[in-house]
Ligand binder design. Structure first.
Ligand code: SF4
Length: 211
C-alpha cells in the first residue's frame, strides 16, 4: 500500500540543503519534492532529527524509499512526529501500515536492539527505532530504504539516536549488515566463516561501498 499525501499549495524554492552532487538523484530535480522539503524545514522546530525526518517524508512522497505508509509508524505516532518536528505543516496521509506488515521473524529483535541503545535525549529516538526497523525489512542499502539522501545521513542518524551502537561500528561496516551481526553476536550465533574480517573472503560484502 502506498502513502498518498495531499501537499496542498506548493511553492518550489530550492534549498541549499537539497541533495548535492553524489547524493541520491531521484529526489534531486523534482521541484514538487524540493518544495515540500523547503516547507518542512521552514516549519521545523530545530530538533536534531528534523532534517532526517524531512528527507524520509520527501522520499516517501516521491516514491523513493521502501518504508511503509507513515514511515512505518502507527498513524497516531506519525501524527505526533509531525506535530513535534513540523508543527505548522499539514500533511494528509492516505493509507495505513498493513496490520501484519510482512513481519520478518527478526523484526522485534532489531527493534529491541535499537531501543536498547537509544541516546535518551529525545522521544523521537523511539520513532526512529521503529522507522529504521521497518527499513531493515526491505532489500536495499539501509540509507536507500529509509529514503535518506546519502549514506552520511544514515551515519548521522545512528550517531544521534543510538550513539553506543553506532560507536561499535568503528570499522564502518555496512549498516544493515552491522545491525544483523549484532543480533547474531547477542545470540552467540557465529555465521562468519572467517576468524576475523581482515582475512574474510566476504569482506567486500560487509565493508564495500554502500552506494
Ligand atoms: S567480513 Fe567476514 S568475518 Fe567480517 S562480519 Fe563480514 S562475513 Fe563476518
Amino acid at each position: 500500500m502506498r502513502t498518498g499525501v495531499d501537499l496542498g499549495q506548493q511553492e518550489t524554492p530550492l534549498s541549499n540543503s537539497l541533495p548535492q552532487a553524489g547524493e541520491r538523484t531521484n529526489v534531486k530535480g523534482n521541484l514538487q519534492i524540493s518544495g515540500l522539503y523547503t516547507q518542512l524545514m521552514e516549519r521545523a522546530t530545530g530538533l536534531p532529527n528534523d532534517e532526517l525526518f524531512a528527507q524520509m517524508i520527501c522520499s516517501q512522497v516521491g516514491g523513493a524509499c521502501a518504508l511503509p505508509p507513515c514511515l512505518g509508524l502507527e498513524e497516531a505516532d506519525f501524527a505526533a512526529l509531525l506535530t513535534r518536528h513540523f508543527p505548522r505543516m499539514q500533511i494528509v496521509v492516505r493509507g495505513q501500515r498493513d496490520s501484519d506488515d510482512g513481519r520478518a521473524p527478526e523484526r522485534d529483535d532489531v527493534l529491541a536492539l535499537l531501543l536498547e541503545h537509544r541516546a535518551g535525549r529525545d522521544e523521537s529516538e523511539s520513532w526512529m527505532a521503529e522507522i529504521v526497523t521497518a527499513a531493515c525489512m526491505a532489500n536495499d542499502h539501509l540509507w536507500q530504504d529509509l529514503g535518506l539522501w546519502s549514506r552520511k545521513y544514515l551515519s548521522q542518524l545512528m550517531t544521534q539516536n543510538f550513539p553506543a551502537l553506532a560507536a561499535k561500528n568503528s570499522k564502518d561496516m555496512k549498516w544493515k549488515k552491522f545491525l544483523y551481526k549484532q543480533l547474531c553476536e547477542k545470540e552467540e550465533i557465529r555465521i562468519c566463516r572467517a576468524p576475523s574480517c581482515e582475512v574474510c573472503a566476504d569482506y567486500q560484502k560487509c565493508f564495500g561501498p554502500e552506494e
